[in-house]
Design a protein around this ligand. Structure first.
Ligand code: UD1
Ligand code: UDP
Length: 363
């Protein structure tokens, strides 16, 4: 089996690391990095720490408008796929890199597989929501992390090729939690005390590209009764500067560079609670037993809210402040995202399905 995996942004490196390892044990992988994330701390550090093989191709498509960026990825990816002629194209998550892969794969009549299929925030103004919907509908195989995701697909008429696999980020965190406890000194390095600080991340367009929302988040976080450490995404740094909020943020929060995966997982594990608009971080907080305030009005990871580990506070200063002061006990500890073997399941299913498909073609 020859599979071409397409990645481009930070969370995709984490997800692909889990599957790549297993894939290369039983078949051949051609790893393509679109170039969507290119800074050392958003890209290289993940390849080093997670021992991801050097990509066979880097398309070098960097930041641009969504349309131009996605178009450039499509134009650069198509000849790679043509030259390599893989059995399937493997895509992760909901970024523009994912959508570009879905379009190239479906236009060339290649088998397209989507990891993290079926998530829905029901907010169609979110670029990622459109990327997810289009990718799920173009894919031949949808690997869903939860029963809820399977139901979302069914509600849109997608039932063929849907498999409940569990979530690859759960596989990743089980390994990273132990490694980060052994190896990372980030908590001490930043001068924090285990269990006595808040971790915050912000990078969602609806927050970074809206001055009022970003100001409300900074002010809400600043009202925390505990120190707040804030590894800032480059787009957030740019917006804080552009909107004249940089001084306000750096005076009240411990703004640091984006962290590598192990240091970040250590911070999340050691934090008293986290405030974030990230999809991956909401889930990782749940896996690590860290309570989460989500700086959005809705989430695609609904199970984390239903069981009480995650609260939706939106970009609302008062709700953030209250969420940071409130004491609450999560209602339950369910396991909606599998048992930590999603990577194995995905590779097994790919092997099975590609073999079945090949035998149909030779009939
Ligand atoms: C992208 C994904 C988002 C995902 C996130 C993970 C889309 C539409 N968005 O958002 O779903 O949650 O990655 O982190 O695909 N920049 C740098 N250095 C880099 C990369 C980006 O400085 O290495 C800056 C540029 O100014 C760029 C901005 O960040 O314009 C946004 O980058 P982009 O990749 O478009 O979106 P993200 O916000 O990173
Ligand atoms: N992450 C990291 N360093 C950081 C912030 C996040 O390693 O400074 C990791 C985090 O542990 C998770 C992934 O990046 O695995 C989430 O990426 P992000 O929040 O950028 O994107 P999203 O999940 O919202 O798509």
């Amino acid at each position: 089996m020859r599979v071409c995996s397409v990645v481009g942004a930070r969370p995709q490196f984490v997800k692909a690391a889990v599957v790549s390892r297993k894939l290369r044990d039983v078949g051949e992988e051609i790893l393509v990095h679109t170039g969507q994330h290119y800074d050392e701390e958003l890209s290289d550090v993940f390849f080093d720490e997670l021992d991801i093989p050097e990509p066979e191709y880097n398309l070098g498509v960097e930041s641009d408008t969504h349309g131009r960026q996605t178009a450039a990825m499509i134009a650069e990816l198509e000849p790679v796929v043509e030259a390599e002629d893989p059995d399937a194209l493997l895509l992760y998550g909901d970024t523009n890199s994912t959508l570009a892969g879905a379009i190239v794969g479906s236009k060339r009549d290649l088998l397209v597989a989507h990891v993290e299929a079926g998530l829905r925030s029901e907010n169609r103004s979110m670029p990622e929501e459109i990327n997810r919907i289009l990718t799920d509908h173009a894919a031949d195989y949808c690997f869903a992390p939860s029963e809820e995701a399977v139901a979302n697909l069914a509600a849109e008429g997608v039932t063929d090729g849907v498999y409940l696999t569990g979530d690859v980020m759960y596989d990743a965190i089980l390994d990273a939690r132990e490694r980060s406890r052994r190896q990372s000194t980030i908590v001490e390095d930043v001068g924090l005390e285990e269990g006595a600080f808040v971790l915050a991340t912000v990078h969602r367009a609806s927050n970074t590209d809206d001055r009022a929302n970003l100001a409300a988040i900074v002010d809400g976080l600043a009202a925390s009764p505990r120190p707040v450490v804030f590894p800032a995404h480059p787009r957030t740094v740019a917006s804080l500067r552009e909107y004249g909020l940089w001084k306000r943020a750096t005076e009240q929060l411990e703004v640091i560079e984006p962290q590598g995966y192990l240091d970040f997982v250590r911070l999340l594990d050691a934090a008293e609670r986290v405030a974030t608009d990230s999809g991956g971080v909401q889930k990782e907080a749940f896996f690590l037993g860290t309570r989460c305030l989500t700086l959005r009005e809705e989430t695609e990871w609904v199970e984390t809210v239903e069981c009480g580990w995650n609260r939706l506070v939106g970009p609302d200063e008062r709700a953030i402040r209250e969420g940071l002061h409130a004491d609450w006990e999560p209602a339950s500890n369910p396991h909606p995202y599998g048992d930590g073997t999603a990577g194995e399941r995905i590779v097994g299913l790919l092997e099975e399905q590609l073999a079945a498909d090949a035998s149909v073609q030779t009939l």
